[in-house]
Design a protein around this ligand. Structure first.
Ligand code: FUL
Length: 489
């Protein structure tokens, strides 16, 4: 009797563990994104605004000696700028609250070199506040860029300046609501005005700023803000200002020592690796791809004809967002304090192009089949998850099925040019490569190959294919996949 009971409970136990085993989600793989990084991935496209006395000097890098009264926008209109960005499909705005020239665009107690000394709004204005409000009114996330290099400050190069810089961040972190980014450029030290001394000041970027202390403050005061710096942190610089990640671009990254150094320290990064990232890297640190809409980051009237076309912006989009990163597009208000007509037109054209290209997802109209479904549980891990528009749901397979395939079939032929695919990021970057086939003349023919996926991978087929079927085969993966979305356009 005891033996039979044993057997009975034993069977019950193994059946229930089998059922359980079938429905548990796959174990996460490798370095994982934080909640703030996941939110950043969803923001995906944002703009970066440069507007300081440097605009009125027609320079790219202000020396720090421009008179504050030089800053006098005649028709400043933050909502005009945000609306134009929104028409371009962007979802966030990072405002340069202080550039290398050291001029603070908000009324700060930390330096007299600030907006209250300008004639704008009789010295009563606060441009950070205006951009913050305009952004939030349009549903944008808001962030700030405060340059560590300060060519105006007499204390630059001393510990007193580091204290002042932290104080500036503290004001920015506590006055303007939640921030999605705290952006710290990498241009550091050199010649400048420095309180009238007009000299060259070198600092050791690796040690001078005491980033660990500063960023502990960022975490405390702005827990949702992703830290951008050229040495990485939450997001890494893509390594160029063309807005281009490499064809293969992993969201994980292991900082490598600079040539000749034994180990990578803060302030060091081997930029050659930034466009690519590191497969199975130590940290989740996806690429931010920054690029100005014009030739430079600031407005120059002679560059009115260098505004990138909607088509060029679309190419950049494919190489940034389409390679798992985010696109950070530099916008430069003119001396009125608005975007020039050419910039507005380019943004509108780009937004329209995105809309048109990705308007109809044919994957949602297809009969979709998977070669395998995790735990034979379509409700939890089935193919319907691929087109539900929800990044939190995903299709997956049993642990031992690492190279499955998906097929999409239609009754009639469709013309296809793009594939968009996303991994379920909370489980890490899992897929190493994949291949796309089209059903042609009664057989599957390979039409495209991809490697890293991550937040989003967009493949543009060499030419448009007319077909009734598409197959996606995972061709390399150390673990089972977790794919959250597939789009075919
Ligand atoms: C760089 C700066 O030197 C440029 O002026 C610009 O602000 C760009 C976005 O970052 O590090």
């Amino acid at each position: 009797m005891l033996n039979r009971l044993h057997l009975f409970f034993g069977c019950l136990f193994s059946v229930s563990t089998a059922v359980l085993a079938q429905v548990v989600p796959p174990a996460p793989y490798g370095a994982l994104p934080s909640a703030r990084q996941l939110a950043w991935h969803e923001t995906e496209m944002y703009v970066l605004i440069h507007f300081t006395p440097t605009t009125f000097e027609n320079k790219e890098w202000g020396y720090g000696d421009a008179l504050p009264t030089l800053f006098h926008p005649t028709a400043f209109d933050a909502p005009q700028i945000v609306r134009a960005a929104k028409a371009g499909g962007f979802r966030g705005l990072v405002f340069v609250a202080k550039h290398h020239d050291g001029f603070a665009l908000w009324p700060t107690a930390t330096t007299p070199y600030n907006i209250s000394q300008s004639g704008w709004k009789n010295g009563q204005g606060d441009m950070v506040a205006e951009f913050s409000q305009a952004s939030r009114a349009e549903g944008f996330r808001f962030g700030i860029y405060c340059s560590p290099w300060d060519r105006n400050n007499p204390h630059y190069g001393t510990q007193e300046y580091v204290r002042i810089y932290r104080e500036q961040l503290k004001e920015l972190y506590t006055r303007y609501g939640p921030l999605f980014m705290s952006w710290h450029d990498g241009a550091n030290g050199g010649d400048g005005y420095y309180g009238g001394t007009r000299e060259k000041r070198q600092i050791d970027n690796a040690t001078y700023y005491g980033w660990d202390t500063t960023w502990a403050m960022t975490r405390q005061l702005q827990p949702d803000a992703c830290l951008f710096s050229d040495v990485g942190w939450d997001v890494r610089w893509v390594g160029n200002e063309k807005g281009e990640a490499a064809e293969t671009s992993w969201s994980t990254f292991t900082a490598m020592p600079l040539p000749g150094k034994a180990k990578a320290g803060p302030g060091e990064s081997n930029y050659r690796l930034n466009p690519v990232g590191t497969r199975d890297g130590k940290n989740w640190m996806p690429a931010e791809c920054d690029v100005p809409l014009r030739r430079g980051w600031f407005y120059h009237p002679e560059e009115d004809t260098t505004v990138k076309s909607p088509e060029k912006l679309f190419e950049i989009y494919l190489k940034s967002v389409g390679r798992g990163g985010a696109l950070d597009l530099g916008l430069a208000p003119d001396r009125r304090g608005q975007l020039h007509e050419s910039d507005v037109k380019a943004l509108e054209g780009f937004g329209a192009l995105l809309q048109k290209t990705f308007a109809r997802n044919l994957a949602s109209e297809a009969t979709v089949k998977a070669s395998h479904t995790r735990g034979q549980s379509p409700e939890l891990f089935g193919v319907s998850r691929l087109t539900d528009g929800d990044r939190l749901t995903y299709w997956s397979t049993d642990d031992h099925v690492q190279l499955p395939a998906l097929t999409f079939h239609w009754q009639q032929q469709h013309e296809l040019r793009y594939l968009k695919i996303r991994e379920h990021l909370p489980l890490g970057q899992r897929v190493g490569s994949f291949e796309v086939d089209a059903w042609q003349d009664g057989d599957w023919k390979s039409i495209a190959k991809g490697s890293s996926i991550g937040a989003c991978r967009i493949l543009r087929f060499e030419k448009a294919v007319r077909t009734t079927g598409i197959r996606i085969r995972i061709t390399d993966a150390p673990v089972c996949p977790a794919i959250s979305e597939v789009g075919l356009y």
